[in-house]
Ligand binder design. Structure first.
Ligand SMILES: C[S@@+](CC[C@H](N)C(=O)[O-])C[C@H]1O[C@@H](n2cnc3c(N)ncnc32)[C@H](O)[C@@H]1O
Length: 398
């Protein structure tokens, strides 16, 4: 029979300085336990975890602590300790000798104030570790912060039993450029597992058809402006506060010109759990039309830019990159600015410099227009939104 308890402020004597002692020293040090080591030899790594080391043969008089760990593997030391227990009061652990132990080590999880110990009662530390690692996988990422909040409230005499922040989770899901088959397996599994999905106008119908739970549109309202980011954050928080698993579907990759980081920050700061699931960006989806962003001897690098800056300002800073040899430039949100882009580009490159306008990439209504800087302005009028612009010699490979 054994009783799992947490012992506070204990002092420990660790005997031994080899690999087994090293493991124990690590555990003790990670748990901020005060301990000292007695051993005739000590591995240099052990010194990283313990400052109080006496290099000497173990003797009975060394036992001054209430807890003693024998990591020597020596029968002689174990016998001495067992004999000593008749006259001295201390709890003994002889590593790998459960029959000599007063207590066992547990496989531990330490997340701030959360302490989880898994024990096999000395039967199999490997099994205990396996179970510990399985438990780790299901722990919410925000557990430390939630416990911190609860502790602060408790210290003020408030008992807060609300577990919503542990139950709910936000997933920022990269939905890719539109073709549902380009969703990652993780994105698909997550979509199926959510209680509600928030999406905007760039999410394709094909992907929306996969969604089985409630769908909430957070994009442009008819005849009105797009929802402000703050409004979207509030909607997300509203659903998260109901203890739901909330999927925020974002086109392409959430962190490529998708304002994903702003959502991540707002939700994390509010104390909720967030997981980001990367998606295929429209910028790199050009592979699907056999357009390589890099190709040996033709393009050895590429850059991705937005032609649109905060406050509806145009960004043309990147145009100088067109001068770079063996380089491909991908521009998002550039179609409606094609006129300005073409004008500025003509200042730095030849009018025959290749450009592709690719609309609705990977979708049924995909359209590819191969053109040149000279004709970009006119051709842009024939293109549909959403579109990316690709500049560089690689365009001629399609
Ligand atoms: C707000 S940004 C979002 C980009 C997205 N996070 C990504 O990684 O693709 C929107 C711009 O992405 C590009 N875009 C998104 N989906 C597209 C698609 N299927 N075909 C072409 N361009 C697309 C367009 O330039 C559009 O204006």
């Amino acid at each position: 029979m054994s009783l799992p308890i947490l012992l506070k402020n204990q002092k420990v004597l660790l005997i031994g300085g080899g690999n087994v002692a090293l493991q124990k020293a690590k555990v003790l040090s990670e748990n901020e336990i005060e301990f000292r080591i007695v051993s005739k030899e000590v591995l240099p790594e052990v010194k990283e975890f313990c400052e109080n080391i006496e290099i000497k043969e173990f003797e009975e008089d060394d036992v001054k602590e209430n807890i003693v760990i024998d990591a020597t593997g020596s029968d002689e030391v174990a016998k001495k300790l067992l004999a000593l227990k008749k006259t001295k009061n201390f709890l003994l652990n002889v590593v790998d000798k459960p029959e000599f132990c007063d207590f066992y080590f547990m496989a531990l999880i330490n997340r701030g104030d959360l302490k989880i110990g898994v024990s096999s009662n000395g039967a199999s530390p490997s099994v205990a570790k396996f179970i510990r690692d399985e438990i780790k996988k299901i722990l919410p990422d925000n557990i430390e912060n939630v416990l911190k909040e609860k502790k602060e409230l408790r210290n003020k005499g408030i008992i807060d039993k609300d577990l919503t922040k542990l139950k709910s989770k936000l997933y920022l899901i990269g939905a890719g450029p539109g073709d549902a088959e380009l969703l990652t397996i993780k994105a698909l599994k997550t979509i199926k597992n959510c209680d509600v999905i928030l999406y905007d106008h760039l999410i394709s119908d094909e992907i929306l058809e996969i969604v089985e739970c409630d769908k909430v549109y957070v994009g442009k309202e008819k005849g009105k402006h797009s929802k402000k980011q703050e409004e979207i954050n509030e909607i997300i928080l509203d659903y998260a506060s109901k203890g739901l698993k909330v999927g925020r579907l974002k086109s392409g990759d959430p962190f490529i010109f998708g304002r994903g980081y702003e959502e991540l920050k707002a939700i994390t700061e509010a104390g909720f759990n967030v997981e980001v699931i990367p998606g295929i960006s429209s910028a790199t989806a050009v592979s699907s039309i056999n357009l390589p962003l890099t190709a040996r001897g033709i393009s050895s690098s590429f850059s991705v830019h937005s032609a649109h800056l905060r406050g509806n300002r145009i960004n043309l800073e990147w145009v100088d990159e067109l001068k770079k040899e063996n380089h491909t430039v991908v521009v998002l949100m550039g179609l409606s600015r094609a006129r300005h882009i073409a004008k500025k580009a003509l200042e730095v490159v030849d009018e025959n410099y290749p450009v592709a306008i690719i609309s609705n990439i990977t979708r049924k209504n995909q359209k590819i227009i191969k053109t040149t800087i000279k004709n970009l302005k006119e051709e842009a009028k024939n293109a549909d939104k959403p579109a990316i612009l690709v500049f560089g010699e690689v365009v001629n490979l399609v």
